[in-house]
Structures are given as structure tokens and as C-alpha cells.
Design a protein around this ligand. Sequence first.
Ligand SMILES: NC(=O)c1ccc[n+]([C@@H]2O[C@H](COP(=O)([O-])OP(=O)(O)OC[C@H]3O[C@@H](n4cnc5c(N)ncnc54)[C@H](OP(=O)(O)O)[C@@H]3O)[C@@H](O)[C@H]2O)c1
Length: 382
Amino acid sequence: MIYRPFGKTDITLSQLGFGCMRFPLTERFEPTKIDEQRATNMLHYAIEHGVNYFDTAYPYHRETSEHFVGKALRDGYRKRIFLATKAPMWLVKCKDDMQKYFDEQCKRLQTDVIDMYLLHALGKNSWKTVKECDVFSFLNTMLKAGRIRYAGFSFHDELPLFKEIVDAYPWTLCLIHLNYVDDDYQAGLEGLEYAYNKGLAIVIMEPLRGGKLANNIPKQILTIIEQTGRTQTPAEFALRWVFNRPEVSCVLSGMSSLEQVKENIPFASEEHINTITPQEIELYKQARTFYRARTKVNCTQCGYCLPCPQKIAIPFILELYNDAHMYEAFGESQWMYKVFVKPENRADQCTECRECEEKCPQKIPIAECMKQAHVALKTEDV
Ligand SMILES: NC(=O)c1ccc[n+]([C@@H]2O[C@H](COP(=O)([O-])OP(=O)(O)OC[C@H]3O[C@@H](n4cnc5c(N)ncnc54)[C@H](OP(=O)(O)O)[C@@H]3O)[C@@H](O)[C@H]2O)c1
């Protein structure tokens, strides 16, 4: 495993970190049903092979990820790693709430100290909460008491707000969305450089666009990857682009099988900083152009939108809608919509309450997309 400096601190992080948001399930579409045996094996394997950064959050797996991670890290594993979790800022209404959620999270995680505590998914509204609820003084107190070792934030909004937040507090780290397709999206590369120059450690989320850059790859992209002349999987092609950046401390992947853990660890055991050639940069550009032209909705299947009060299978429907365009395969997506999505879970059940839109980190106009998706995916007998 290659380790990288963690900002201005004296610790180093494995360049591959483990995102605890996409564990294998015993029941499809039921995020609370973590396959604990398989997921525990994955976490232990990763620790035994040098991964030392684990990232969870209050809402992951509909509030069961922290519980599970706490259990899986018993028997001495906790001490061997840096544990990151995030404060659910959308639930915080006053300063005391910060303490309440922090204590609850420590209990779930079976620990007294959170190594990296991040304010989750900062954007315009939650940034207001941070200021109104005096969250900085909470962070200061907890840092001083040693209950939090490093303070940070994860971000899902526009670049100017990102810069404002970076400058507003002596953060140790930030967590940003970055991959070779979304290089100027949200904080983007400009935000990466900005935060790095201000001395923050930068951790990356969604390097594989939630798996979209690793699985089911269109043949046009496979041809581009072949032209690099390297023997590499699509996942490696995508991870290489983020690992290439010297500003990055750690790249989180939300691995969902032991095979993925076993594929990503050897790749993270190679040196990748500044190894991409100018010819490859051109190939990434071509791949980016292709994906952008074919992506209808920027959904990464994170599932933050769920549960929908109408029980609509939002991420799956958006995946079918996207796939129909990506692979020019409407027939297949329509068939899957008919067979796998029950009538009561289909897009036409949307009442436009927009609860999901408030929670979506990608700010997708989900209600509008549901209308369009239903029109595109329905067949005469649906
Ligand atoms: N703070 C926030 O607002 C926020 C938001 C999003 C994420 N995060 C954090 O960042 C972490 C990383 O983001 P992410 O989970 O979206 O990461 P990602 O690496 O972009 O996507 C993970 C998915 O990629 C696929 N994958 C991983 N390795 C693979 C391999 N070797 N071969 C084939 N497929 C592979 C799997 O998809 P399949 O399951 O389809 O196989 C996996 O579920 C999250 O887990 C979470 O901890 C935070």
C-alpha cells in the first residue's frame, strides 16, 4: 500500500480508503440488510492489507452503517485505522444537537474518539446552520477535549461556496466528489487545488462515479482504454486519474464485494502520482466527452434520496433511464422497468413532494426526472 501525507499533520493515509456506504446486501434494494459476514471479511481484509482510512456517516445504509462498522472493528481493528464519520447537518437545529448526534455516533461506532469528524454534505442551507448554531465552537471544544482528532467537511454545492467554507475555519480535511468525467463539477479540480494550497488534506469520494465508470462500460470507452496501451480494467483507468493528482491524500471507494477490494488494493500499492502521459490525458478527455453527452441524469446511486414516501425506487429508475441513453438500449431498460419495478414503486407514483430533492447531494430535479423517466421507460402494457 502506498501512503500519502494527510495535509499538514504528521500522519499518513493509505491512498485507497474504504467508503462504508455500499456494503453487500442480503436483500436487493434494502440498504439496512447489510451482509455482515461478507462485509466484515472485506473490512478485515482491507485492514490486513494496509488500508487505514474508513469513512462512514450517520445516514449510510439507512442509519445502519455506523452500527455495523462499530461491530466489525471490535477485536483490536479499531486501533489500527483512522475512522471518519459525519455529522448529519440537515438534522441539526441547535448547537446541542451537534453534541447529541456526536454522542450517538460514538455509541454506534463503539468508540470514544472520532479520528476525522466531518460536517456532512455542506451546501447553502447547511452552511447557514453551521453559522447559526455556532458549530465551530462545538468543533473547537471537541478537538480540545480530544474527542475529535481532525475536523473537516464534505461538500456538495458550487465552487464559490466551497472556497468560502475552506476559508472560514482551520479545517484539517475536506471530502469532495471528483472523477475523470466530473472534473469541473461542484468543487472540481479548481476546488482541489484551492483547498490544497490552503493546506487542507483532500479526500476524494465517487472516484468511479458510484461504479458507473467501472461496470457495464460502453464499447466506445473500452476502445479508448485500449488505446492507452496499458493493461488495465475500467476501474483502474478511472482510479488512475484521481491517484495521479499529488494534491489528493486518499481516494475512497465504496467497494461492494471482496473481489473489488482485492482488485483495488494491489492497484493502490503502486505509485501513481504524475504518471499519466499527455497522450492519456487526451484519451481521458475523449472518454469524458462521450460520458457527458450520454448521461441523462447525474445520479451516482448514493441512495441519499431514500426512503421515498411513495416508495418509488428512485435510484434504480434513474439507472434504467440513464442506461437506456448510455447504451442506446431502450428496449432492455423498458423490459427491466416492467419486470423489476412493481407498479406501486414506479415513477408515475411521484406526488412531487420533493423530499428527495432536498436530500440529493447532486441536486437532481428528481420529480421532473421521474416524469421523463416514466415516459421513456413505460411500454403499452405498463
Ligand atoms: N459525504 C458525502 O456526501 C458522500 C457522498 C457520496 C459518497 N461518500 C463517501 O465516499 C465513498 C466513495 O464514494 P462511492 O462509494 O460513490 O465510490 P465509487 O468508487 O465511485 O463507487 C463505488 C462502486 O464502484 C464499484 N467498484 C468499486 N471498485 C470496483 C472494481 N474494482 N471493479 C468494479 N467495480 C468497482 C462498485 O459498484 P457496484 O456495486 O455496482 O459493483 C462500488 O459500489 C462512499 O462510499 C462514502 O463513504 C460521501
